[in-house]
Design a protein around this ligand. Structure first.
Ligand code: ZN
Length: 169
């Protein structure tokens, strides 16, 4: 089932999410829905708080469903390593229509549980490292806009407020 994606400013999107205690059928359904919602958007990553569920789960597929091995699901993720730095344009399904250059690690290693409840460790370089950091941020209530400074951030926030007032957000 495709779930509605919360937008910047929505209740719950800016809070820290809780760890998953057990992978129940409900959690399994949530993950199916997150994958379906990500592909339908279309996007390359989605975190549970973006569909209004305050739990530490994210899904990433840089191939947008074209490569069956491209899908990564991580429950209760943690960083093991992060190094280097990259500066690239970035967007977010919760901030549609806006992009900005964000500082991210060049390489990141994440560990957490897979859907079966087994420990897994994934290494990402470049775009995948960026995606790991972006989705991890969502689990702490941080959006890429919050990572910006000064007028770049103010400009986006002001435009979103204007759209919200006009009922177009
Ligand atoms: Zn996002």
């Amino acid at each position: 089932m495709i779930r509605p994606i919360l937008k910047y400013g929505a209740e719950g999107l800016h809070d820290r999410a809780r760890p998953v205690e057990a992978i129940t059928p409900e959690i399994d359904r949530l993950i199916d829905d997150m994958i379906e919602t990500m592909y339908a958007a279309p996007g390359v990553g989605l975190a549970a708080p973006q569909v209004g569920v305050p739990l530490r789960i994210f899904v990433i597929d840089l191939s947008s469903g074209r490569d069956p091995s491209g899908l990564t699901v991580v429950i209760n993720p943690e960083f093991v390593e992060r190094d280097g730095m990259q500066l690239e344009e970035e967007g977010c399904l919760s901030v549609p229509g806006f992009e900005a250059t964000v500082v991210r690690p060049l390489r990141a290693v994440v560990k957490g549980l897979d859907r079966a409840g087994n420990e897994q460790q994934r290494e990402g370089v470049g775009l995948l490292a960026r995606a790991f950091q972006h989705e991890m941020d969502h689990l702490d209530g941080t959006l890429f806009v919050d990572r910006l400074r000064g007028i770049k951030r103010d400009l986006i926030v002001r435009k979103i407020k204007k759209l919200t007032r006009a009922g177009k957000w």
